[in-house]
Design a protein around this ligand. Structure first.
Ligand SMILES: Nc1ncnc2c1ncn2[C@@H]1O[C@H](COP(=O)(O)OP(=O)(O)OP(=O)(O)O)[C@@H](O)[C@H]1O
Length: 359
């Protein structure tokens, strides 16, 4: 699968832009702030229906304009697939595949698998558990529609249960029966999600460790583990046991929406005890593992976006990544960098098919 053509109108700093891509390697080079990352984000938009960097759609519209259009022509399994993602202020975003609008954006997820490696990934280490859950959900959802649908349903029921808890307090009332209906629904959906996350993590860990060893060139005691309140007991029991607490808090304090991934080095949190280099290697290994996992599960090679990667790693680590790319059929890659010469020297050694775009 590859992206043949990209066309932008009023997307971030571009009023209009047309790019014809190479099926293998594409390098976007130019000074800081010229829009290299914005082009990668537009490609991300076509695959996920949203920006990787800025979830607020209106902020992806070029300043002082009213709408944006991102239009892409992909080739997948020998067929041309035209995806258009457009958004006008005050209206709903529209995503069309070959002229037909999607009713639910979730139907589009996984159709065009993509993995992005970006400096913004540091949030996975630094930020709260929701960032790591989103990562895990993103990896599983790209190849498992049932998982994504269960997750959407779970979040809907969770919102309803939280509204009910607020309603009880506002109206000085309590109905255990209504709450029990939500508890059972959350239990059914949450247990399925928990099972899938457990399965996912056990197949993901070996891939991740292999990638880390490739990148860091050292044997370091790094580990990734999944933590869930559901390891302690059934969600139904947990919800029942925490009713008084939830009534006081006015939200649901137990469930798979509290799950987390622990990232450790020598059994200590990498956030506090990992060097900058170790943290970067950890993140890149996570993303490369995501790439390999999706490739295996979805039997399509994801598009790989490498944002500023060569700028953030020492030469040793860069050469390992280049080696990985060279030794594997990586499909289509997009690389952004400020140094044209350095980028060209690197990609020349990966493949003879490449294109450099100077912005
Ligand atoms: N909605 C918007 N309207 C207009 N310009 C925008 C909008 N959103 C972002 N920009 C501009 O896009 C530019 C940033 O582009 P981008 O992050 O793609 O740069 P870059 O080439 O990747 O830079 P760097 O090398 O520093 O990473 C900034 O100048 C920013 O002001």
């Amino acid at each position: 699968m590859f992206l043949r053509h990209l066309s932008l109108v009023n997307y971030k700093n571009f009023d209009s832009k047309d790019l014809e891509f190479d099926p293998v390697i594409n390098c976007l080079v130019g000074d800081n702030g010229v829009g290299k990352t914005n082009i990668l984000d537009a490609i991300y938009h076509l695959c996920f229906g949203k920006s990787y960097f800025n979830p607020v759609s209106t902020q992806n519209i070029k300043h002082d304009t009213e709408f944006f259009v991102v239009d892409g022509e992909f080739e997948k399994e020998g067929r041309s697939e035209k995806i258009i993602c457009s958004f006008k202020k005050g209206t709903k975003k529209v995503i069309k595949r070959n002229g037909k609008p999607y009713e639910k954006f979730s139907e589009h997820i996984g159709f065009l698998p993509l993995v992005i490696i970006s400096p913004a990934d540091r949030d996975l280490i630094l930020e709260g558990s929701d960032t790591r859950r989103k990562f895990m959900d993103g990896v599983i959802s790209q190849s498992d529609k049932a998982y994504l649908n269960n997750l959407i349903k779970y979040n809907k029921v969770l919102t309803q249960r939280n509204s009910l808890l607020k309603y009880f307090v506002a109206n000085h009332t309590f109905e255990k029966g209504t709450l029990s209906i939500y508890n059972e629904q959350l239990h059914a959906l949450g247990s399925e999600i928990h099972k899938k996350r457990l399965e996912f993590i056990s197949s993901f860990i070996p891939i991740f460790k292999e990638q880390y060893e490739h990148i860091s060139d050292k044997e370091e005691q790094i580990m990734l583990s999944y933590e869930s309140q559901l390891d302690e007991g059934s969600l139904l029991d947990l919800l029942e046991a925490n009713i008084d607490k939830d009534r006081a808090l006015q939200y649901t304090s137990v469930g798979i929406h509290k799950d987390d991934l622990n990232f450790t080095i020598a059994e200590h949190p990498i956030k506090k005890f990992g060097s900058q280099g170790q943290q970067k290697s950890f993140l890149i290994a996570l993303k490369l593992a995501q790439f390999h996992f999706i490739k295996e599960q979805a039997s399509t090679t994801p598009i790989l976006l490498l944002d500023d990667i060569f700028d953030k790693l020492d030469e040793n680590r860069v050469s390992h990544i280049v080696g990985l790319v060279k030794n594997d059929n990586f499909g289509q890659i997009f690389i952004s960098d400020t140094h044209a010469e350095r980028t060209e020297n690197v990609v020349k050694n990966i493949h003879q098919s490449y294109k450099i775009f100077t912005l």
